[in-house]
Design a protein around this ligand. Structure first.
Ligand code: FAD
Ligand code: DHB
Length: 390
C-alpha cells in the first residue's frame, strides 16, 4: 500500500488529523493496535477548550458535540470548608470550555472516518516505522501471519505514551523531561445526577477530589489515592464515603450515589520528549507529552499539536511550503511547556503531598489565598484553563 501520510495510533490525535487531512484531499491511513470497542471503553478526558471544539467543527465532527456538550463558564475550588468560584468567562475575556467526553468525541471521529470511507486499520500488531531519516519511509504491521508494508511520505506518531513512535527515535537525539507524582487518581463513572452543574476541584487534608460530569445524568468523580492502591481495594461504598469526606458538608449532603459503571486508577505524570520531529516522523499528543490531569490539558494539548501539523501538512502539499513542518517541533513545544507549567501548578496547588514539610503546606495555603484575592491571578488561571491561543 502507498499513502501520503501514515498515522500510527487511532486515538483522538490520530483520528482528528486523518479527518482534517482527508477534507483537504491528503491521503492517510490510520494504524490502531486495538479494536474500536477497546479504544471506546477507555474513559478519559471530559473538558475541551474552545479552540479544540472549533477544530472538531472544522473537521465536520462537531454536530453532536454542539448538541450534547455543555458550555461551562466557570468552576469551583473547594478548600478549608468553603467554595470559591473561578469565573472563566469574565476573566478570560468571554471564553468558556465544553464538557464532552473523550469517548464520545472519539466515537464521532470514528463515525466521520467511516462516513468518508477513511482507511482506519484496527488490531494492527507489531506496528514498526522504518527509514524515518530517509526520503522514503515506510511502516510495517502484522495482520495475522501476514506482514503488511505501507510506503509513505510522512509518518505521524500519535500512538500515546506507550506507543512505538517515540521509541523509534534514537536515544542520542531524544531528550526526555519527566516528573512522577507520588499518587494517582481513582476515577468513577456513575449514572447519577452530578452533584453540581459546574465542576468542583477540592483540596482537602485527606487528599484532592474532583466532581466532574459527562451529562446531567452521568457523573464522573475522582479522588487522589496512594500509588500502592489497586482498584479492587475500593468498593463503591468506600469510594463514595471518601469522596464525601473531602467535600464541603453541604455538597456532600446533596451527593447522589449509585453503582459505578467504570472505575480505574491513573498515575499522575509530567513528561515531555524533545524534539517532536525526527526526519519524516512527527510526534503528536500523548506520544510526545503527558500532563497530570488536574488542569484538563492533556487532550487539549494533543489538539494544538494536530492544529499545527494539519496546517503544516496543508502548506507542504498545497503550496510546497515546508516552513510549518520545519518549525513544527519548536512551535508545538512552546505551547506544550505552557500547558506543562499550568498542569504542574494546579497539581501542586490542590493535592496533598506525603513528603510536604509544614513550610510547603503554608505556601500551598498562601497560593490559594492569593488566587482568590487577586484578579490578576484569576485571569491567569482562566486564560490557561480555557486554552492559550494556538
Ligand atoms: P491516546 O488517547 O493514548 O491514543 C493513542 C492510540 O494509539 C490508542 O488508541 C492506542 O491504542 C494506540 N496505540 C498505542 N500503541 C500503539 C502501537 N504500537 N501501534 C498502533 N497503535 C498504538 N485531557 C484533557 O485535555 N482534559 C481532561 O479532562 C483529561 N482528563 C483525563 C483524565 C484521565 C483519568 C486520564 C487518564 C487522562 C485525561 N486526559 C485529559 C488526557 C487525555 O485523555 C489524553 O491526553 C489523550 O487521550 C491523548 O490523545 P492521543 O490520541 O494523543 O493518545
Ligand atoms: C475531567 C478530568 C480532568 O482531568 C479535569 O481536570 C476535569 C475533568 C473529567 O474527566 O471529567
Amino acid at each position: 500500500m502507498k499513502v501520503q501520510v501514515c498515522i500510527i495510533g487511532g486515538g483522538p490525535s490520530g483520528l482528528l488529523l486523518s479527518q482534517l487531512l482527508h477534507l483537504q484531499g491528503i491521503e492517510t491511513v490510520v494504524l490502531e493496535k486495538y479494536s474500536r470497542e477497546y479504544v471506546l471503553a477507555r474513559i478519559r478526558a471530559g473538558v475541551l477548550e474552545h479552540g479544540f471544539a472549533k477544530l472538531m467543527r472544522e473537521a465536520q465532527c462537531g454536530e453532536r458535540m454542539d448538541r450534547e456538550g455543555e458550555i461551562h463558564k466557570g468552576f469551583h475550588i473547594a478548600h478549608d470548608g468553603v467554595m470559591d468560584h473561578v469565573d472563566l468567562f469574565k476573566y478570560s475575556g468571554g471564553s468558556s470550555v465544553v464538557v464532552y467526553g473523550q469517548t464520545e468525541l472519539t466515537r464521532d471521529l470514528y463515525e466521520a472516518r467511516e462516513r468518508m470511507k477513511g482507511n482506519v486499520i484496527h488490531n494492527a500488531e507489531d506496528v514498526t516505522p522504518h527509514d524515518l531519516n530517509s526520503d522514503a519511509p515506510y511502516v510495517t504491521y502484522r495482520d495475522g501471519d501476514k506482514v503488511v508494508r505501507i510506503d509513505c511520505e510522512y509518518v505521524i506518531g500519535a500512538d500515546g505514551f506507550h506507543g512505538v513512535s517515540r521509541k523509534s527515535i534514537p536515544k542520542d537525539v531524544l531528550r526526555e523531561y519527566e516528573r512522577v507524582y507520588p499518587f494517582g487518581w481513582l476515577g468513577v463513572l456513575s449514572r447519577t445526577k452530578p452533584v453540581s452543574p459546574e465542576l468542583i476541584y477540592a483540596k482537602h487534608e485527606r487528599g484532592f477530589a474532583l466532581c466532574s460530569l459527562r451529562s446531567q445524568v452521568l457523573s464522573r468523580y475522582y479522588i487522589q489515592v496512594p500509588l500502592t492502591d489497586r482498584v479492587e481495594d475500593w468498593s463503591d461504598d468506600a469510594f463514595w464515603a471518601e469522596l464525601k469526606r473531602r467535600l464541603p458538608g453541604e455538597v456532600a449532603a446533596r451527593m447522589i450515589t449509585g453503582p459505578s459503571i467504570e472505575k480505574s486508577i491513573a498515575p499522575l505524570r509530567s513528561f515531555v520528549a524533545e524534539p517532536m520531529r525526527y526526519g519524516r516522523l512527527f510526534l503528536a499528543g500523548d506520544a510526545a507529552h503527558i500532563v497530570p490531569p488536574t488542569g484538563a490539558r492533556g487532550l487539549n494539548s494533543a489538539a494544538s499539536d494536530i492544529y499545527y501539523l494539519y496546517h503544516a501538512m496543508v502548506d507542504h502539499y498545497k503550496k510546497g511550503d515546508d516552513a510549518g513542518l520545519d518549525g513544527y517541533s519548536k512551535k508545538a513545544l512552546a505551547r506544550i511547556w505552557k500547558a506543562q507549567r499550568f498542569s504542574w501548578w494546579m497539581t501542586m496547588l490542590l493535592h496533598r503531598f506525603p513528603d510536604n514539610i509544614p513550610y510547603d503546606d503554608k505556601l500551598q495555603e498562601t497560593d490559594l489565598a492569593y488566587l482568590f484575592s487577586s484578579e490578576a491571578a484569576q485571569r491567569s488561571l482562566a486564560e490557561n484553563y480555557v486554552g492559550l491561543p494556538f
